[in-house]
Structures are given as structure tokens and as C-alpha cells.
Design a protein around this ligand. Structure first.
Ligand code: HEC
Ligand code: HEC
Length: 132
């Protein structure tokens, strides 16, 4: 599993490096302006947006095409996994801003969850106890 994850990490890093080369000079521009079908993360910079994509892959131990229809079709929404990912992004934002933000936390900083809080490198966190 560790070797499989390494392969996926390398694959995702290669795809992102390609994007960074093509978008050289636009790294700090808004993702919403540089890409055509960004609905939720419009205000991220291109660099942070692509880092986030890598993080999604890492959180679920998947490659880019788990959610995307393929190279050159990044704006296509036909895969269920991409649609689900949008629901998940909103779920995480909701838990952080409407839930955990109310928690009395030390240091004045409320705790936050992210994809890895549930997924931990698995596609389907489900309800089973680890290890599976
Ligand atoms: C877990 C699902 C998931 C994975 C894995 C994933 N993406 Fe995404 N990707 C999304 C979602 C969801 C959006 C739309 C975000 C939004 O609407 O704000 C998106 C949008 C994009 C866009 C913008 C396309 C456009 O023109 O609108 C690019 C480029 C992109 N992803 C690249 C990547 C790359 C490169 C990888 C692999 C390193 C990757 N994605 C991995 C879910 C994923
Ligand atoms: C509160 C827990 C939780 C968090 C946080 C969470 N997920 Fe999920 N995710 C789930 C559950 C539960 C499922 C349904 C699959 C299952 O039953 O295991 C799921 C399913 C998915 C699927 C579909 C997987 C498949 O095999 O079709 C994707 C894609 C996904 N999540 C992406 C994300 C992304 C991206 C994030 C961060 C923005 C995220 N999730 C955060 C709990 C979570």
C-alpha cells in the first residue's frame, strides 16, 4: 500500500508540475479566472488551488482521474466522484464555520476538520473500524 501511495504521489506531482509550467506567471491569479468551471474555490490562487487538488488525492489515496474525466477535461463534471467532492468541500466548510467555530478552544483558535479527518487515505471511510 505504501508503494502504491508513492506511485500516486509521483503521478499527481507530475500532473501538477505540468500545470505550473503552463500557467507560469499566473501562479497568484484567481483560480476562478484561470479555470473555466470552478464553483466553490474561485478566490484561491492557482498555486493553492492545485495544492488542494493534490491534497484531495492524498486524502483518498487516488489519482487525479478518480474525480476527473481525464487530461484536457478538467472542467468536465461527468464523474460522480467530482460531484461528491463538491458536496464534501461544502460539508467541511459547514462543519468548520457553523460547528467547530462555536467550540471553546485553547489559544483562541477553533479546531478544524479536513478531508483527511475522515478519509485517512481511504476512498470510502464508511462506518467500519480501523484496521479493516
Ligand atoms: C476527490 C476529487 C478530486 C481529485 C482527486 C482531484 N480533483 Fe480537481 N477538482 C475537483 C473538484 C470538486 C473541482 C471543482 C472545484 C470547484 O468547483 O471549486 C476540481 C477542479 C479542478 C480544476 C479546474 C478545472 C476547470 O477548468 O474548471 C483543475 C485544473 C483540477 N481540478 C485539476 C486537478 C488535478 C491536476 C488533480 C490531481 C493532482 C485533481 N484535480 C484531483 C475534484 C478533484
Ligand atoms: C465527516 C467525514 C468526511 C469528511 C470530512 C470528508 N468526507 Fe468524503 N466521504 C465521507 C463518507 C461517509 C463518504 C461516503 C462513502 C462511505 O460510505 O464510506 C465519503 C465519500 C467521498 C467521495 C466518494 C468516494 C467514492 O468511492 O465514490 C469522495 C470523492 C469524497 N468523499 C471526497 C472528499 C473530499 C475531497 C473531502 C474534503 C474536502 C472529504 N471527502 C471530506 C466522509 C467524509
Amino acid at each position: 500500500m505504501a508503494a502504491y501511495r508513492d506511485t500516486l504521489n509521483t503521478m499527481r506531482a507530475g500532473v501538477i508540475a505540468g500545470f505550473m509550467t503552463r500557467l507560469a506567471g499566473s501562479e497568484n491569479k484567481r483560480a476562478g479566472d484561470q479555470f473555466t468551471n470552478v464553483l466553490l474555490m474561485k478566490d484561491s490562487t492557482v498555486t493553492n488551488f492545485l495544492k488542494q487538488m493534490d491534497y484531495y488525492g492524498k486524502s483518498l489515496s487516488v489519482g487525479c482521474t478518480f474525480c476527473h474525466a481525464g487530461a484536457g477535461k478538467w472542467d468536465d463534471d461527468s464523474k460522480d466522484a467530482k460531484k461528491t467532492a463538491r458536496v464534501m468541500i461544502e460539508l467541511v466548510n459547514m462543519i468548520n464555520t457553523q460547528g467547530l467555530a462555536k467550540m471553546a478552544a485553547g489559544g483562541g483558535r477553533a479546531p478544524r476538520i479536513s478531508c483527511v479527518t475522515c478519509h485517512r487515505g481511504r476512498q470510502q471511510p464508511g462506518q467500519t473500524l480501523l484496521p479493516q
